[in-house]
Write a protein that binds this ligand. Structure first.
Ligand code: ATP
Ligand code: MG
Length: 413
């Protein structure tokens, strides 16, 4: 079968000394995972990965895969030619013709010679290829500063030519920094927190506290949609849906009204820590930002932190809402996050929550609630929705109290 070629520029991983092999292996694995069931293979040379895919694999699919895979700085769909000037010019002409008419009014040629034994210098190559561009698009003017079209030519083991130079998401390959558990709500923040950590190589599963019927089925659907939208950036993910209505009602019944949110957040930390332990993960991730709401003041976060039995990472802690929204728009979760289904925090929110809680007092209050049984029960009734590396649902599972997976697979989510 015919195959198509993509040229991938690696990022920071080319700097990672001894770990470099591992990082590259993971990056290749992550790319391959997304392109299944289509066949793909990869070779590597000096900061470049050459990806070959079956010709029946749609370009849009490869584009989505590469633009959501951390560790990739840029990518292009490329053609090759032998290292002879006439062959190179011929391939460049065909590449330009196949790309069709252009809206650009200017161009430049970006020529690079990795193979220094090749006799034509980059400058001369650029001149030769500029002639070809002129022949195909006679109206284009050369503009080295702000060209509308760039013809790239890299001389390596072969000649590689490409026109589209796409940005990758940069960062480090997901799975090179361990695993964590994201507390995913229906809001704007937590999906952004997920991808900020994925960018540093953390592999994440998601966990949502569902308080049915106080939080609706629509609210759950919204969270499932967010998980599936984030999944390509996370290299696939699982969404743990924890039924926590009884726990929430217990908190509402037994704790002081102004402290209910903090008691809920403390139990979230306790339960999540248990899942983190059972799953062998290294941290909890939340979408909290300093001073965003009452439970996100320094003393409130210090209290919830003290209830966690795992490292808690808050990648958005110093970010403005506007910065967060910008990222949410870029990754495509914003429109879903702003859908108006209430989440449980809204229904169980006190009118005047404490903003400067006393840690010892709050800890003592939590002790009186008897949350352990509720937590145990909720974990044993947790369901897991799984999403593959392209965000497609690929199974629903039960979850045992001890972290086993006792129920048979229950079909598609
Ligand atoms: P917004 O994006 O509107 O701020 P939010 O989801 O961030 O909404 P907060 O009340 O600010 O809501 O919650 C802070 C963090 O706590 C969230 O970013 C998320 O990590 C976690 N969280 C809140 N509610 C839930 C929930 N029901 N299930 C799981 N995690 C939650
Ligand atoms: Mg928030």
């Amino acid at each position: 079968m015919d195959r198509r070629l993509y040229l991938i520029k690696e990022g920071e991983i080319s700097l990672k000394g001894l770990n470099r092999g591992l990082f590259e292996k993971r990056l290749k694995h992550n790319i391959k995972d997304k392109l299944r069931p289509h066949g793909s293979d990869m070779t590597r040379q000096k900061g470049r990965i050459f990806l070959h895919v079956d010709a029946d694999c749609p370009h849009e699919l490869v584009a989505k895969a590469l633009s959501t895979t951390y560790g990739i700085v840029g990518w292009a769909s490329a053609v090759t030619a032998a290292k002879e000037l006439d062959r190179i010019k011929e391939a460049a002409r065909k590449l330009l013709e196949d790309a069709g008419p252009t809206e650009a009014t200017s161009f430049k040629v970006d020529a690079r010679r990795e193979d220094k034994a090749f006799p034509i210098r980059s400058y001369d190559m650029a001149i030769a290829l500029a002639e070809v561009v002129h022949e195909v698009h006679p109206s284009l003017k050369v503009d080295l500063k702000r060209p509308g079209l760039v013809l790239h030519c890299e001389i390596r083991d072969k000649t590689y030519l490409y026109l589209d130079d796409n940005n990758g998401p940069r960062g480090l390959p997901v799975g090179t920094a361990g695993r964590g558990l994201l507390l995913l709500s229906g809001g704007i923040d937590s999906p952004v927190a997920a991808i900020e950590m994925a960018k540093r190589g953390l592999k994440l599963d998601c966990l949502y506290f569902h308080a049915y019927p106080y939080t609706s089925d629509e609210a759950l659907e919204k969270v499932k949609t967010l998980a599936s939208l984030a999944a390509p950036y996370l290299g696939g993910t699982r969404l743990f849906v924890v039924p926590f209505t009884d726990g929430q009602l217990n908190i509402k019944a037994k704790s002081r009204e102004d402290a209910t949110t903090l008691m809920f957040r403390a139990s979230m930390m306790k339960l999540s820590s248990q899942v983190v332990r059972q799953e062998g993960m290294g941290c909890i991730v939340t979408g909290e930002a300093l001073s965003q709401v009452a439970s996100q003041t320094l003393s409130a976060m210090a209290f919830t932190d003290s209830m966690a039995e795992a490292l808690v990472l808050r990648p958005l802690v110093g970010m403005d809402k506007e910065e967060i929204i910008r990222t949410a728009r870029r990754i495509g979760t914003y429109e879903t996050s702003i859908l108006p289904y209430e989440d449980c925090c809204v229904i169980f929110s006190p009118k005047h929550p404490v903003t400067n809680p006393d840690k010892a007092e709050m800890t003592a209050m939590y002790e009186t609630l008897g949350m352990e049984d509720y937590i145990k029960q909720a974990i044993s009734e947790t369901r897991i929705y799984s999403y593959d590396a392209m965000g497609r649902p690929n199974g629903v599972y039960g979850y045992g109290e001890d972290g086993s997976h006792p129920l048979e697979e229950e079909g598609q989510g």
